[in-house]
Design a binder for this molecule. Structure first.
Ligand code: DAK
Length: 261
């Protein structure tokens, strides 16, 4: 991996930071960048003791300003289908990582950039962030999952308005509608995101992974089936040392020390 690679990955113990690195094109996603992201996620899956992943964009201006419009401009229908499938499968891999993934949105998150953030577990935004799905202004629609994930995050009415008009939301409005969990001063975004990652690391890693798995698996199921999955995962915790350590530490009034942390 060189500094000019479209995807950079750095590690701070169990925290990995994945940076989309095409700042001259506002980190727009072309095929090479998506392939780099897919490879990076594959490598993270194999990493022992991974606890949390942060996704961000290089430079001061953009998280990701969308799929690469220059690359898309001459695509045939077949090319477009292959491109959408590459983006969708890559984002599904990110969403399915067994550890929490936090989007640290440091600027424009438009089109495929907003979709990338939505494939993360939750979003922290800088005071410079701007969100939107402006694809219809280019004569296309969101192709990396936005028509489905945006409404699951903010509700169908608002998702429809954002996708039909292409209008942008600033950080405070994104916070108000529940698209982002917090807005931080631009210079503090990464420090605040790392703080959240460290809070996750203090918890039982298997419990966090199981909670993520159940929440993802249950999202598209009827409530009764989803709740049954929860009960099953909950009961499995009682076969693991983590539950004994967590509860034992509480009762002994000491900090828990979880295996792998
Ligand atoms: N693609 C390629 N280059 C981009 C880009 C993008 N999405 N966004 C910005 N750039 C490039 C600009 O062309 C410019 O390059 P140079 O001219 O310097 O070579 C450089 O980044 C700086 O941008 P600006 O000069 O425009 O910067 P400004 O501050 O003036 O404006 C902006 C910032 C974010 C408001 C503006 O750049 C902008 O409107 N960008 C486009 C935003 C956008 O429309 N994003 C959505 C892209 S469409 C599908 C698969 C995927 C998708 C859909 C379908 N299928 C295959 C079915 C997803 C689609 C999208 O994401």
């Amino acid at each position: 991996m060189t500094d000019s690679a479209p995807i950079l990955v750095t590690h701070d113990g169990p925290i990995a930071t994945v940076t989309v690195n095409r700042p001259d094109a506002l980190n727009a996603l072309n095929r090479e960048t998506l392939l780099g992201l897919r490879d990076a996620i594959g490598a993270l899956r194999k990493r022992a003791n991974l606890g949390c992943v942060i996704v961000t964009g290089a430079g001061d201006k953009a998280f990701v300003a969308g799929a690469d419009i220059a690359a898309m401009s001459s695509m045939s229908r077949e090319d477009a289908l292959a491109f959408a499938e590459l983006g969708q499968s890559t984002f599904a891999l990110l969403e399915g990582l067994p550890v929490p993934v936090i989007a640290a949105v440091n600027g424009f998150a438009l089109g495929g950039g907003c979709e990338l953030a939505l494939a993360c577990d939750f979003i922290y935004a800088s005071s410079h962030a701007k969100f939107g799905q402006p694809e219809v202004k280019l004569g296309i629609l969101p192709g990396f999952g936005g028509t489905q994930r945006l409404s699951r995050r903010v509700g169908l009415g608002l998702a429809r308005e954002l996708i039909y008009t292409g209008k942008m939301l600033g950080p405070e409005e994104a916070l108000r509608v529940g698209l982002v969990n917090a807005v931080h001063p631009h210079a503090e975004l990464m420090a605040k995101t790392l703080e959240a990652a460290k809070a996750i690391l203090a918890a039982g890693p298997r419990a966090v992974a199981a909670a993520k798995q159940v929440m993802n698996a249950g999202a598209d199921l009827p409530l009764t089936s989803a709740i049954a999955k929860e009960a099953e995962a909950f009961s499995r915790c009682f076969e693991a040392p983590e539950q004994r350590e967590g509860m034992g530490a509480f009762l002994a009034k000491r900090a828990a020390k979880f295996e792998g942390r």
